[in-house]
Design a protein around this ligand. Structure first.
Ligand code: ADP
Length: 533
């Protein structure tokens, strides 16, 4: 559980001022040492240059066919970092043609699995070597803290590549005892050209979740990055080529959803589509895939995950973990614990402490040491979050702390806590995707199970209890793809992730992700002399 350990180590430095850890849980957490969020100062220089802004097609960096570019912005200021080539359908056609050729005629699917594994391992080593530059680029383009990029996300990216490199030479079919005199086997073959569309909240982790298994299985790829965060994937894709990835195997197209993204989803020569993003866009790409060539689609979509604090919980620990479950990554997590259900017996004390914890959250320049929360990704998300906060107030929830922007530059939002939240309020139903905690009260287990499941989403849930029977009951009753018991956001390359209901289709990470990128071929051969065998 290297990555889970890394998260816990980082937390022990930044937000859990005294913590002892046991198993997967965070035990003995106390309130943060940091003082109230201060005004935002002059932005710190990232200490890295932007090297790549063109599209990566067939192993070369090239301009968009149209010659167009778009600006990518620093969320700390809203100022332009760089102008990036804007891919459209013509560029997607070029990228898919390169990937098709690399799959049909190139060495990648045909080379031994051991050779593929070695290239992926070399790539992981190179990424590790460039950890700090990649982390700086990611923080600059995204606004997440540098500590998070450098100590959690880039190491997790390396871990994912090593994990899937390990799988490359362990993918094989079965010999099947069919009823009849036949030798029957299955071959597990790469599916072909994979189209992959990723979001902006974890640009490099989403890159790894998709590119890692696709490469291990011998596929070729056209990846479309999110328009808000195009920089880090170009840097890492270049390192993969330095590690020996043949030209055309991984093509990266920067650009917008309705143009480049839709062209990829509907392309007749793309054999498989993997998408992470909003539920509405997920529906759109599924329709495009169905209307074009019926390519299979993996979807990882939105969530409104419950975090359930039972009456036996240690309140200080529960407050800290619930805080982390919601505020991590500026609240921009599809699996954020965005409905904090607290038992009525401990509700008032919990709210009091949750408010104090949020008020002490260290918000500021993500390049500064000790900062827990940077800016939101862009003005659209910033405005949307502020609108949700206004709706919470209008609908009668109690605004305990926060509720406004922080400073007058960039996209910083005050850590916000609402209590007395009712299930039918918009803030309890829709994905806010920001630093806004909503705390709801419950009476008993049967009731909280019904309410926790009463959503169109089903991505994840957190449970906080000392009682094994309560944990077992909730674990089985919740209709979600991941249940974290006395922990949250404990991720690892080997642990599958995905959603029930409208949170998605299929699973990524772990062994489960391999089947997204494989075809199964049954081979049947008559046995010549069955009587002798
Ligand atoms: P968000 O609203 O959080 O930006 P989206 O689901 O819109 O999330 O975006 C996730 C990814 O999907 C991005 O790479 C985006 O460019 C892409 N995208 C958006 N709209 C479409 C579309 N109509 N077809 C294909 N991809 C799209």
């Amino acid at each position: 559980m290297a990555s889970a350990l890394k998260i816990s180590r980082l937390l022990s430095r930044s937000s859990f001022s005294s913590i002892s850890r046991g198993g997967n849980g965070y035990l003995g957490a106390t309130l943060s040492k940091y003082s109230t969020a201060s005004a935002v100062e002059e932005p710190i220089k990232p200490g890295v240059e932007v090297e790549h802004t063109q599209l990566l097609i067939d192993g070369n960096f090239v301009d968009a066919a149209s010659g167009k570019t778009f600006p990518t912005l620093d969320p700390r200021t809203g100022e332009v970092i760089a102008h990036v080539a804007e891919g459209n359908s013509e560029d997607v056609n070029r990228a898919v043609a390169a990937a098709r050729k690399a799959f049909d005629e190139g060495p990648w699917p045909k080379m031994t699995a051991y050779e593929r594994q070695r290239i992926m391992l070399r790539a992981a080593d190179l990424i590790e070597k460039h950890n700090d530059d990649i982390a700086a680029l990611e923080t600059w383009d995204n606004g997440k803290t540098y500590e998070q990029s450098a100590q959690i996300e880039i190491p997790m990216l390396v871990r994912l590549f090593r994990y899937y490199a390990g799988w490359a030479d362990k993918i094989h079919g079965l010999t099947i005892p069919a009823d009849g005199p036949h030798h029957v086997q299955t071959l597990h073959e790469p599916i072909g050209v994979a189209g992959q569309i990723i979001p902006w909240n974890f640009p490099l982790l989403m890159f790894a979740w998709k590119v890692g298994p696709a490469l291990a299985c011998g596929n070729t790829i056209v990846l479309k990055t999110a328009e808000q965060t195009p920089l880090s994937a170009l840097y890492v894709a270049k390192l993969l080529h330095e590690a020996g990835l043949p030209s055309g195997v991984l093509n990266v197209v920067s650009g917008f959803g309705p143009t480049a993204g839709a062209a990829l989803a509907s392309h007749m020569d793309v054999d498989k589509l993997a998408f992470t993003g909003s539920t509405d866009t997920g529906k759109a790409v599924l329709e495009l895939a169905a209307r074009s060539n019926l390519k299979p689609v993996t979807l990882e979509l939105g969530g409104k995950s419950p975090f359930i604090v039972c009456e036996d919980a240690d309140i200080d620990q529960a407050v800290e973990l619930a805080h982390f479950a919601l505020f991590f990554n500026q609240g921009q997590c599809c699996c954020a614990g965005s409905r904090t259900f607290v038992h009525e017996r401990i509700y008032d004390e919990f709210v009091h402490k949750a408010k104090a914890r949020a008020a002490k959250r260290a918000v500021g320049d993500p390049f500064k040491g000790g900062i827990e929360q940077g800016p939101q990704i862009d003005s659209d998300q910033f405005e949307k979050i502020l609108k949700y906060i206004r709706s919470g107030v209008q609908n009668g929830a109690t605004l305990e702390t926060g509720g406004d922007r922080l400073g007058d530059k960039g996209f910083y939002i005050q850590p916000t806590v609402f209590s007395n939240v009712q299930d039918d309020m918009v803030i309890a139903k829709e994905e806010i995707f920001g630093p806004v905690q909503t705390i709801l009260k419950f009476k008993d287990l049967r009731e909280v199970i019904q309410r926790a499941n009463n959503t169109r989403y089903g991505l994840a849930a957190g449970i906080f209890t000392k009682d094994i029977d309560t944990a077992n009951t909730l674990t089985r009753a919740l209709k979600v793809g991941t249940v974290w018991v006395n922990c949250f956001d404990t991720f690892d390359a080997a642990i599958p992730f995905g959603g029930y209901k409208m949170s998605g289709q299929g699973r990524e990470k772990g062994e489960y992700s391999l089947k997204n990128y494989l075809q199964v071929k049954a081979v049947v051969t008559p046995l010549k002399n069955p009587a002798w065998l």
